[in-house]
Design a protein around this ligand. Structure first.
Ligand SMILES: [Zn+2]
Length: 234
């Protein structure tokens, strides 16, 4: 259903607009905040109009662009398939990463969010190499095995699998050019590898430490600070 800017500057959405919000991650309604005036649109007759909305869930501004379809004396009709000017950023639990890896992975995922897919592929390889250098000799074979296992479980086709594998692990100078579909697999694969190596292992180590602490305490190896004091009082 189309969107209208009426000649009294009233803005009319014929049905509610909902989108995934890049700020709060909610699938929420977009509420109109500002639109170009009827006069300006009628006078300048642009191909596209910029619109400002806000997210109903978190109130952050959302910028959209819509094609101008028709200009009449009563109103201006905009195409309903609005384009989001801001892309959703890829999320990751960065707090678990060493600083250098965090910076590289952020830039890598930003390239993906910006749609710079070959820059994204190049950064995937750089970030993976930097991480593997720090993780030791056997890490590369481990990462490669876990990538192939993951892609096999998800029934990813052979061409995509070999492209993703080459981007991340091949020893040649430049990663191969990638398609949008390959990039979509690559971004999930990359996040999964970094999650396994840094986030999951850190969470597991913390859980084991906590478990050992309580096990030691219940077996009496650790003396709670007040134990002696309590005995005296008794
Ligand atoms: Zn939001």
């Amino acid at each position: 259903m189309p969107i209208y800017v009426n000649n009294n500057n009233g803005f009319e959405l014929t049905e509610p607009l909902t989108r995934m919000c890049p700020h709060c991650g909610t699938h929420a309604q977009l509420l109109a905040v500002a639109n170009p005036s009827y006069e300006v649109l009628a006078q300048t007759r642009p191909k596209h109009a910029g619109l400002l909305f806000r997210c109903a869930a978190c109130n952050e501004p959302r910028f959209l662009r819509a094609a101008v379809r028709a200009i009449t004396a009563e109103r201006i009709e905009l195409a309903p398939n609005v384009v989001e000017v801001e892309r959703a950023r890829e999320r990751f639990q960065y707090a678990y990463l060493p600083d250098t890896i965090e910076q590289l992975l952020r830039e890598t995922l930003d390239c993906y969010s910006l749609g710079a897919l070959n820059a994204f592929a190049t950064m995937c390889r750089r970030t993976t190499r930097t991480a593997l250098r720090a993780l030791g000799e056997k890490a590369k074979a481990r990462w490669q095995d876990s990538l192939l296992e993951m892609l096999r479980l998800c029934e990813v086709d052979a061409v995509t699998t070999s492209t993703v594998d080459a981007v991340l692990f091949a020893d040649d100078a430049d990663p191969p050019a990638i398609t949008p579909d390959e990039a979509a697999v690559l971004v999930e694969a990359l996040k999964d590898l970094f999650y396994q190596s840094y986030v999951r292992s850190a969470k597991l180590r913390a859980a084991m430490k906590m478990r050992r602490f309580f096990a030691d305490e219940s077996s009496g190896k650790i003396t709670p600070i007040d134990r002696e004091g309590w005995r005296e009082l008794a």
